[in-house]
Write a protein that binds this ligand. Sequence first.
Ligand code: HEM
Length: 125
Amino acid sequence: MSYEALTHLHLTTIGISVLLFIIRFGITIAGYPTAKWLNIVPHIINLALIVSGVMLAVTLGLKATEHPWLLSKLILLVAYIVLALLSMKPKFAKPARWGFAVAALLCVYAMANAAITKTVLFGLV
Ligand code: HEM
């Protein structure tokens, strides 16, 4: 797959991933049960997001050990997934769940910023 096609796939799956997360968070925070497909499709999209990111790195010959911004994306990705899962757990108080959700979206923002500026955490580190 070409660099352009991979970038398109990467950006499209990022958009869908964030959209699905916001929808799932909205449904669970409102106390409604989630439709079955909403528990399956996000995993497929997130897998495509990660695979396209890894393929981009391979295509560009980038190694996470040599590029701190890329390593930071991998760590932020884990944080995004964990925070998103926590935000949808009914056992936590609603203000905490909102906090987890906002922090998860901040991770996405930081990952996009890392890819565009090639810096770690908005250049703060
Ligand atoms: C929610 C998670 C992610 C977000 C928001 C994100 C965001 C972005 C954005 C906005 C770009 C385009 C940069 C540009 O065109 O200038 C990009 C490119 C890229 N991403 Fe991701 N990404 C995510 C996950 C990942 C993962 C998991 C990897 C893993 C290995 C990765 C590796 C890359 C690489 C190598 C590029 C190409 C950079 C370049 O063209 O110079 N991304 N990402």
